[in-house]
Design a binder for this molecule. Structure first.
Ligand code: 5AD
Ligand code: FES
Length: 381
């Protein structure tokens, strides 16, 4: 009661909160709950902040989902180990390299290599060789992001040295209790392990991206506000977050009656993107593919109100239906060329420009480094 009383004493207007540069948990909750005119103001402000800081360009990261073999059993994920309905695949080197060549020839600045989580020496070495070959085929021009789950720091280092410079590892929820509710209870799926992996990625020198799912069972609006504060606290370079979408062949499906409607989850995801843009103005924010599973123009809507990264799917069409992390995953039948043409048109409509041939690294990432260089320099004097 006492803390409610104190916060109501501050009584800021919505507009006052919007113009702040720092935000408390309660400010963030207010922004995430915005409806009607306030919702519009939030989106307008986020768009303005985006244009002032990272500009109008959208950077492409061609997504190659190269294997759906996964050792883990996350309770929400369609390709979890225990889902026997999924036909497991591993794309061949040629298929992966061809997708990367397409990205390079079409002047996508970067690719993302994503897979289920496997840590065998054979897998680790395969990724090393792929990284080297992708750098070779593109004269070092393609930027490479990896998204292959939790690995040892040695593996992260080895992949970093072989050419990857960004890594995506969503924390899924920054609330340890909630994390436990959506993962099996064992050390292999522990929250602490996830945090350690994020820390190791930073130590290994990656631009680190994380993110959460929005609107899954048991999650509250306060949890989401805390997730945003968590991103700031660990000083991430990029964030990808999208609506949770139930999958029939997963244990979390049984709680589908306890969640918000898809439209509400979609809207909350947009507000998360806009609010994050205010909280961390110069990071990269991806327009998640899951947005498009709910609204065909979902990703473009996110670009308009704060996101600046898009991941066109370059996975061979023959594998796509086996990489369904959630239901209604879009573009199951569109090959890379079709996806690209359709995206160009959509992005034009959203008023953004495509940053062809540019890596589009996180502006935020370079800031602390510059600060560190200056500190080191001063300390030397
Ligand atoms: N709904 C939405 N996103 C999901 N992911 C996995 N399963 C789902 C789902 N059912 C997301 C997770 C993971 C990313 C690769 O896909 O956040 O980190
Ligand atoms: Fe594969 Fe979670 S089910 S990493």
């Amino acid at each position: 009661m006492a803390s409610n009383f104190i916060s109501s004493q501050t009584m800021k207007t919505f507009q006052e909160i919007l113009l702040q540069t720092d935000f408390s948990q309660s400010d963030l909750v207010t922004l995430l709950l915005a409806e009607g005119d306030n919702r519009k103001l939030l989106f307008q402000r986020a768009q303005a902040v985006k244009l002032q800081t990272v500009g109008n360009k959208v950077y492409f990261r061609g997504l190659v989902e190269f294997s759906n073999i996964c050792a883990k059993d996350c309770l929400y994920c369609g390709i979890r180990k225990s889902n026997e309905k999924v036909a497991r695949y591993e794309a061949t080197d040629d298929e992966i390299l061809e997708a990367c060549r397409f990205a390079w020839e079409n002047r996508f600045g970067s690719v993302v290599l994503q897979s289920g989580e496997v840590s065998s020496p054979a897998f680790v070495n395969r990724v090393v060789l792929l990284l080297r070959k992708i750098k070779e085929l593109s004269n070092g021009e393609l930027g490479i992001t990896l998204s292959c789950g939790e690995q040892s720091i040695e593996t992260y280092r080895q992949w970093r040295e072989s050419g990857a410079h960004r890594y995506l590892l969503r924390v899924e929820s920054s609330n340890p209790d909630l994390y436990r509710k959506i993962h099996p209870e064992n050390n292999f799926h522990s929250f602490e392990r996830r945090l350690q992996a994020l820390k190791d990625l930073k130590t290994a020198g990656y631009q680190v991206g994380t993110g959460v799912m929005i609107g899954f069972p048991f999650q509250t609006i306060e949890d989401l506000a805390n997730d945003l504060l968590f991103f700031k606290q660990i000083d991430v370079a990029m964030v990808g977050m999208g609506p949770y979408i139930e999958h029939e062949d997963t244990p979390l499906y049984k709680f589908r009656k306890n969640i918000k409607t898809k439209q509400e989850r979609f809207d909350l995801a947009l507000k998360m993107v806009a609010t994050l843009r205010l909280l961390m103005p110069d990071i990269n924010i991806a327009a998640a593919t899951a947005l498009q599973a709910i609204d065909p123009a979902g990703r473009e809507k996110a670009l308009t109100i704060g996101a600046n990264i898009l991941m066109p799917n370059l996975t061979s069409v023959k594998y796509r239906k086996e990489y369904q992390l959630y239901e209604d995953k879009p573009c199951l039948d569109e090959d890379a060329e079709l996806c690209k043409n359709c995206l160009e048109a959509r992005i034009e409509i959203s008023g953004c420009e495509i940053g062809y041939g540019e890596w589009g690294d996180s502006k935020h990432f370079f800031k602390p480094q510059i600060a560190q260089i200056i500190t080191d320099y001063i300390n030397k004097e």
